[in-house]
Design a protein around this ligand. Structure first.
Ligand SMILES: Nc1ncnc2c1ncn2[C@@H]1O[C@H](COP(=O)(O)OP(=O)(O)OP(=O)(O)O)[C@@H](O)[C@H]1O
Ligand SMILES: [Mg+2]
Length: 402
């Protein structure tokens, strides 16, 4: 479901402009938002309509177009700039790239090259906007910039829940190369893992699929290796590559993300249609979430209201901070909450029986299941929606962390 891409065309030559327009009109998902034969008027139009793609003529003297492009890019970093040019010396090409151009189109126009360039922008836009709310396809990343916040518990159980409630192919990708314990939480021994993907001669669809393990629910898991030194030195490119392969072959990818902002997590976030930012009802945790949101803001992830979702884990009656206070502090609605249910969660982890698996019934499990349902509201739920339990016996509270 690619978004419609708007284009503004700026070219002095009516014939060249017409050729570009005609070619673009044959592509689906493209809308010509306007065209001008003059740079100043074209930029004014682009400033107003903020097209996804701005096509500018790059003619001698090239300075005018290069300056205009870099100025425009500064103000509209989300737009892709294409130059249409017959100036092809290496120095000009380099300057065009530095000015922020994404593509330089040759004359005579090569429609195939133009199509590929547009498709690249479409893919980036789809990644950026995500598959949207209620995505039945996409990458759902569970993240917290603080360890021990319930990321793995939520990611593994969400993945199980999504598998059980949809008829989709779901994979859980454990990219937490520092603690990676998702497979254990599912009671699986990681006989094959990301370590094997990295040691294969090349990362391709076959090598990635070879390294998945299958949970009895039908969920596939890309696990971390038992010995974490096997993924030492993993690069952002490798993570991006693996995630792209999983995304292209599975309907839903659930990611257990590392607890840091670095090049690896940025690659993961860029590919995520939904980022579930975990927090807990405590001051340090909410402060950590605020820092994450500041970074997400800088990365432009908050432009679309449903890309980053806030989830409060360990919600309890005696929590130091209420959900309303968290929402007020962070300026964002809480998408879901997971009850503080220490007995059930720790038993599930230690026994390797997921909270959202069959024959398991706990408050935290129900909450995560409800979260999964919110993520794919349009899916036909194959199992009856269970009723919310009235109240747990007080005995469990004895085990609660509070
Ligand atoms: N809803 C909950 N109620 C009670 N305890 C919980 C809950 N969620 C998680 N925990 C506990 O918190 C601990 C950390 O959980 P988990 O491993 O899921 O977090 P994480 O963010 O992945 O941590 P790590 O830093 O190890 O990656 C676990 O021991 C688990 O028992
Ligand atoms: Mg974890």
């Amino acid at each position: 479901m690619n978004p419609i891409l708007s284009v503004v065309l700026v070219h002095r030559d009516d014939h060249e402009r017409g050729q570009l327009r005609t070619a673009l009109e044959t592509f689906t998902g493209i809308q010509i938002a306007g065209e001008r034969n003059d740079m100043r008027a074209g930029l004014a139009l682009a400033n107003q309509v903020r097209p996804a793609i701005l096509i500018l003529e790059l003619a001698q003297p090239v300075e005018d177009a290069l300056n205009a492009a870099s100025q425009y890019k500064l103000e509209h970093s989300d737009s892709a700039i294409f130059f249409a040019s017959d100036v092809f010396d290496p120095d000009t090409l380099l300057r065009a790239l530095r000015a922020g151009a994404q593509e330089v189109l040759r004359r005579p126009l090569d429609r195939g090259a133009l199509r590929e360039a547009v498709e690249r922008v479409a893919r980036q836009a789809a990644r950026k906007n995500g598959a949207g709310a209620g995505a039945s396809h996409g990458v759902v990343t569970v993240f917290c910039n603080k360890g021990g916040s319930g990321v793995s518990t939520s990611a593994t159980n969400l993945a199980i829940s999504l598998k059980r409630m949809t008829s989709r192919e779901v994979v859980l990708a454990d990219f937490d190369y520092q603690s990676g314990d998702a497979a254990f939480m599912l009671g699986l021994a990681p006989t094959k893992s990301l370590g094997d993907v990295l040691s294969a001669p090349r990362i391709d669809s076959a090598s990635v699929h070879d390294c998945l393990i299958k949970h009895p629910s039908g969920l596939f898991v890309l696990s971390q290796p038992e010995h974490l030194d096997r993924v030492d030195g993993i690069t952002p490119d490798q993570v991006a590559n693996v995630l792209d392969i999983l995304h292209s072959t599975f309907d839903l990818v659930v990611v257990d993300a590392p607890h840091v902002f670095n090049e690896i997590t940025l690659e993961i976030f860029d590919r995520s249609s939904t980022i579930l930012l975990m927090t807990e009802p405590s001051i340090p945790s909410v402060r950590a979430a605020r820092r994450s949101l500041e970074i997400f803001q800088k990365l432009n992830y908050l432009v679309s209201a449903d890309r980053v979702r806030l989830v409060v884990n360990r919600r309890g009656e005696q929590s130091a901070i209420s959900v309303a206070q968290i929402e007020e502090t962070l300026g964002m609605p809480v998408f879901g909450t997971i009850t503080n249910d220490y007995a059930a969660v720790s038993t599930a982890i230690n026994v390797g029986k997921p909270l959202c698996g069959e024959h398991n019934d706990s408050r935290a499990g129900r909450d995560i299941h409800a979260l999964a349902r919110k993520l794919v509201p349009s899916q036909s739920v194959e199992e009856p929606i269970e009723t919310v339990p009235v109240k747990r016996p007080g005995r469990l509270r004895l085990f609660g962390k509070g």
